[in-house]
Write a protein of this length. Structure first.
Length: 126
């Protein structure tokens, strides 16, 4: 069996959240699950072969609505991603930095407080 780990973030406005991730970081829509009347309830987005889930924050308290989180996304060109995020108006909370462990990375906070870190460090066997 092969494991696949897929982070899931929740936004109070799913459509706005999906649009933000596409416009700001270049994610692409993989699939949008909808109610019978067409309202979006869950989305899968992809960036360079990596998938994330995006759901709606529940109107009632839910075990899955834990608040802002941080995600690290390994990419080949953080400079290009940084330029795209800045052009889209992202709040940069850590400018492009050469880390002492060999990664070049930056971090941006989305409009609901989640922190997105993009860099060249890749976990796992070298």
């Amino acid at each position: 069996m092969t494991a696949n780990i897929q982070p899931v973030l929740h936004y109070s406005d799913l459509t706005k959240g999906v649009g933000y991730l596409i416009d700001t970081f270049g994610f692409a829509e993989h699939v949008i699950h909808r109610t019978p009347d067409g309202a979006p309830v869950y989305a899968e987005l992809v960036l360079d072969g990596c998938y994330i889930g995006v759901g709606s924050t529940s109107p009632e308290p839910s075990a899955f609505d834990l608040g802002p989180t941080a995600l690290y996304v390994a990419i080949d060109d953080p400079d290009a991603m940084h330029a795209q995020a800045v052009a889209a108006g992202a709040e940069i909370v850590m400018e492009l930095t050469e880390q002492d462990y060999g990664s070049r990375e930056f971090a941006a906070r989305d409009y609901e407080g989640n922190v997105w870190c993009f860099g060249t460090y890749r976990a796992g066997p070298k």
